[in-house]
Design a protein around this ligand. Structure first.
Ligand SMILES: Cc1cc2nc3c(=O)[nH]c(=O)nc-3n(C[C@H](O)[C@H](O)[C@H](O)COP(=O)(O)OP(=O)(O)OC[C@H]3O[C@@H](n4cnc5c(N)ncnc54)[C@H](O)[C@@H]3O)c2cc1C
Length: 171
């Protein structure tokens, strides 16, 4: 989203900031793709953060083996490196600040962001892109009567395939 905003108004380059507890771009994406051992994306090469839909194809010009059938699905490494390249091209490396937002309050026509460490910042506009939040289990999952180990019902966010031994397990 940030790149679409900058494409519309390059003058915001020095005014736009992202706040994330990790202090880096793509942390959550990287964590989830690693934990689920995902080899390639499920969306075709035109879906990515750069406003130019063909930019990933250009980046992958000599890496066609990392675009998977049937619709040229980008390999996870290719996609991550493309995002790194995009961050550099748009000079966004220093635009993410390590901070967790705990409060957003209107203040004299602006917003006051309160951070976990007690500090704060004033912003003219705020976009909340905090991810999917709490997992919601379907109702049937709470109605299961039989005894079962709690870890047998999990949201995908709670699964790390790198730590699981699933050989011989049945679904
Ligand atoms: C397994 C999997 C496969 C996927 N495959 C594809 C695909 O093939 N193609 C596709 O287009 N999409 C895919 N997606 C979806 C895509 O990854 C997400 O839509 C995208 O990453 C969402 O980005 P986001 O920045 O909105 O949220 P997130 O990546 O969830 O990031 C949210 C960020 O907000 C931060 N945050 C939360 N609360 C606070 C706070 N209080 N203060 C500061 N920061 C906060 C978090 O630390 C996190 O870094 C997939 C998702 C998953 C889980």
């Amino acid at each position: 989203m940030i790149l679409h905003i900058l494409k519309k108004s390059q003058s915001l380059q020095d005014k736009i900031l992202a706040f994330d507890p990790s202090g880096e771009w793509l942390t959550q994406w990287r964590r989830q793709f690693a934990a689920l051992e995902i080899g390639h994306l499920r969306s075709p090469a035109v879906h990515h953060p750069d406003p130019n839909p063909y930019e990933l194809r250009r980046f992958a010009e000599n890496r066609s083996s990392e675009l998977f059938p049937p619709y040229d699905l980008p390999g996870s490494r290719l996609f991550e490196e493309f995002c790194g390249d995009t961050i550099k091209r748009w000079q966004l490396g220093d635009r993410v600040i390590k901070a967790k937002v705990t409060r957003i309050q209107p203040k004299s026509g602006r917003f006051r962001l309160g951070f976990e460490d007690g500090k704060s910042a004033i912003a003219r506009r705020v976009i909340v892109a905090a991810g999917s939040g709490k997992p919601h289990l379907p109702a049937w999952a709470n109605q299961i009567q039989t005894q079962h180990p709690a870890e047998r019902i999990r949201h995908s966010h709670q699964i790390d395939l790198r730590n699981l031994q699933l050989q011989g397990e049945q679904y």
